[in-house]
Design a protein. Structure first.
Length: 220
């Protein structure tokens, strides 16, 4: 079991889970527009059981959503600058916890994946797992680290930000890329606290996520 800690950013906190033994890597888990709900803490505990230190920053300072309308309101109140500062504080937390020598990775969900792409583009992550998240156009050329991309099969994307265009671009630049689409799954399929949750797709995606992080962060 993990614990809630304060981050060195105003009004910021995070859920932290650490392995019983030595850590094979550090993973930032960035929640979606619904906030730091119980499933996020569960996933952090799962990562700790696999040998990782997991830190899930709370981007909404304690607020959570249970409906799309509530999630939209929370996002409206969150600026990209604030999200960036909280993620920076989450990365610094690994040093505070005594894990300064571990490679850093991230798992991001939807808008959380978009924020995590910023860390990847800045060269601050060794690997990223993104669930239904797209990097901003201006960051794409800077993406070079390994990526695992999960896509909900029922999502409808604008042509300008279609996943297949992103995948083509990344592969053309020889980025280490793994991508999976889950037929019939809706956006949010990995969030066990909302109606879009799809157990089969979520379990399959999570198994792939843990294997990917082990391979890219610990070399195991």
């Amino acid at each position: 079991m993990g614990a809630i800690i304060r981050l060195d950013e105003r009004y910021a906190r995070a859920y932290v889970a650490e392995p019983d033994g030595s850590a094979c890597g550090c993973v930032v888990v960035v929640h979606d527009a619904y906030g730091l709900l119980p499933h996020v803490r569960f996933l952090c505990d799962e990562l700790a059981a696999a040998g990782f230190v997991a830190v899930a920053p709370d981007l909404f300072a304690g607020s959570v959503a249970r409906s799309e309308a509530q999630a939209s309101r929370l996002l409206e109140e969150l600026t990209a600058e604030r999200a960036g500062r909280v993620l920076d504080a989450a990365l610094r937390a690994f040093d505070t916890l005594g894990h300064s020598g571990c490679p850093h990775g991230a798992v991001g969900f939807s808008i959380g994946a978009e924020f995590a792409f910023g860390l990847l583009a800045a060269g601050r992550l060794r690997a990223l797992v993104a669930y239904d998240g797209m990097p901003p156009e201006e960051q794409r050329d800077a993406i070079a680290a390994p990526l695992l991309l999960h896509w909900a099969g029922t999502n409808r994307w604008d042509d300008e930000c279609a996943p297949d265009r992103l995948v083509i671009d990344l592969r053309a630049r020889d980025v280490d890329l793994e991508t999976h689409t889950y037929a019939g799954a809706s956006q949010g399929f990995g969030n066990a606290d909302i109606d879009a949750f799809d157990l089969d797709a979520a379990e399959q995606a999570w198994d792939r996520t843990v294997r990917f992080l082990i391979d890219r962060l610990s070399g195991g």
